[in-house]
Design a protein around this ligand. Structure first.
Ligand SMILES: [Mg+2]
Length: 122
C-alpha cells in the first residue's frame, strides 16, 4: 500500500484526486495547506506528496522548501499539481526539489502514469 499525501486548499480538488487514486494500490491522506501537510507528515507514513501551489497559510513551494531541508522528510517525492503556468514559478519549484510539475487540468491516466514513474525511481 502506497500512502499519498494530497495537499490542496480546495476540498473539491482533493476529492477529485482521491477519486482518481481510489484503487487498491493507493491510500490517500488529505491536507488543506502546507502547515496541515507538515502536521500529517508527523503522524502518518507518507510515500509521496501531491501538492497544489497557491494555498493560504503555507504555499506548496514553502512546503517543498521545508520538506527538502528536513532530515526526516527530504527524500519523499513531490508532485506539484497546479493551474499556475508561470515559467519562473515552475523553475523555482524544480530548484526547490520538486520532482514533477503538472498543470491542471490533466487526465487521470496522466496523473497515474506520473505517480507510477516517480515511485519506480524510489
Ligand atoms: Mg489552491
Amino acid at each position: 500500500m502506497i500512502n499519498i499525501l494530497v495537499v490542496d486548499d480546495s476540498r473539491v480538488i482533493r476529492k477529485l484526486i482521491l477519486n482518481i487514486l481510489n484503487d487498491e494500490n493507493f491510500h490517500c491522506i488529505e491536507a488543506e495547506n502546507g502547515i496541515d501537510a507538515l502536521e500529517k507528515l508527523v503522524i502518518k507514513n507518507v510515500d509521496l506528496i501531491i501538492t497544489d501551489l497557491n494555498m493560504p497559510q503555507m504555499s506548496g513551494l514553502e512546503l517543498v522548501k521545508t520538506i527538502r531541508s528536513s532530515e526526516v522528510y527530504n527524500k519523499i517525492p513531490v508532485i506539484i499539481l497546479t493551474t499556475e503556468k508561470n515559467r519562473q514559478e515552475q523553475e523555482n519549484c524544480l530548484d526547490a526539489g520538486v520532482n514533477i510539475y503538472l498543470i491542471k487540468p490533466l487526465s487521470p491516466e496522466e496523473l497515474e502514469t506520473n505517480i507510477n514513474n516517480l515511485l519506480k525511481k524510489y
